[in-house]
Ligand binder design. Structure first.
Ligand code: G1P
Length: 301
């Protein structure tokens, strides 16, 4: 069934154990990229793709997400009286971007289980899923690219990215037959395979368009990789009955759940900012020169 996608679901209920102690009392989705919480980029991508209604799946300690997308009247008053009108406008914009709703996943039983919590909210409509710890820098918003494929072919669409072989065990990996440039009909989906068993190097990149049928498959899904209810397994079951598509999207994906990726994201986003590049770039260049000088010595020891 083809229908315009206006709803999005953002799972943000994981433990964020790789970022402890930073995530002891706040969700990893609130970790800032320079000065903006990760999840704000995710919501902005959804909104730029035409989404008007967002459901965020939260867990414990997620109040800061709700506060972030709500108005802060005291802050607004202070900014107004200090004449900081641009900042004031930007703060208001955050709470006006979309209708944002929340549902709590009381037990962390996996991504598939998190998506199942959205059933009542999305009803029978196709919906977008954007993982709250993944941001994608692209000319056309990534989930908007997936929507175009959904409009053309109907059915669910999984966003794909090519990853190096040594990283396949971190992702859901697919195989499929090519239907059009960058578009596949999926024939296999495996969650976090060993490199030797991976069906390809095309990884599920944290963006999806799903249809209501997925809930039936999620309900029946048994615990899979790491004992969790996996969305990947439910999509495989669906692909065996009806077409499920993959779209190799254009853009650069940043996995905020990974510490090295997080550091890279900070540097790249800072360099993209006109207000920071002028000061930050000379520092980085100098640091690189020092590193280059130091490394031959390090190699000898
Ligand atoms: C999830 C999905 C996986 C996907 C990944 C993208 O895994 O299960 O298929 O490739 O997100 O980031 P997680 O990172 O939550 O373990």
């Amino acid at each position: 069934m083809k229908a315009r996608v206006t709803k999005a679901v953002i799972p943000a209920a994981g433990f964020g154990t790789r970022f402890l102690p930073a995530t002891k009392a706040q969700p990893k989705e609130m970790l800032p990229i320079v000065d903006t919480p990760t999840i704000q980029f995710v919501v902005e991508e959804a909104v730029a793709s035409g989404i008007t209604d967002i459901l965020i799946i939260t867990g414990r300690d997620k109040r800061s997400i709700e506060d972030h997308f709500d108005r802060n009247l005291e802050l607004e008053r202070r900014l107004a009286s200090a004449g900081k009108t641009t900042l004031l406008r930007n703060m208001r914009r955050i709470s006006e971007m979309a209708h944002i709703h929340y549902v709590r996943q009381s037990e962390q039983l996996g991504l598939g289980h998190a998506i199942l919590q959205a059933r009542c909210h999305v009803d029978n409509e196709p919906f977008a899923v954007l993982l709250g710890d993944t941001i994608i820098h692209s000319e056309q918003p990534c989930v908007g690219q997936l929507m175009k494929v959904h409009e053309r072919f109907g059915g669910p669409v999984v966003g794909l990215e090519k990853v190096p072989l040594e990283k396949v065990s971190r992702y859901g990996i697919i195989s499929g037959s090519r239907l059009a440039p960058r578009v596949y009909r999926l024939t296999d989906l495996v969650e976090k395979p060993e490199p030797a068993k991976a069906p390809s190097q095309l990884a599920i990149g944290g963006r999806y368009i799903l249809t209501a049928e997925i809930f039936n498959y999620l309900e029946r899904a048994r615990p899979g990789k790491n004992g969790e209810i996996q969305l990947t397994d439910a999509l495989l079951a669906q692909a065996q009955v009806m077409p499920v598509y993959g779209h190799h999207f254009e853009g650069i994906r940043y996995d905020i759940g990974d510490r090295v990726d997080y550091l890279i994201t900070q540097v790249e986003y800072a360099l993209r900012r006109d207000d920071l590049r002028r000061q930050f770039e000379p520092y980085l260049k100098q640091r690189m020169r020092l590193l280059a000088k130091a490394s031959p010595r390090r190699n000898r020891t």
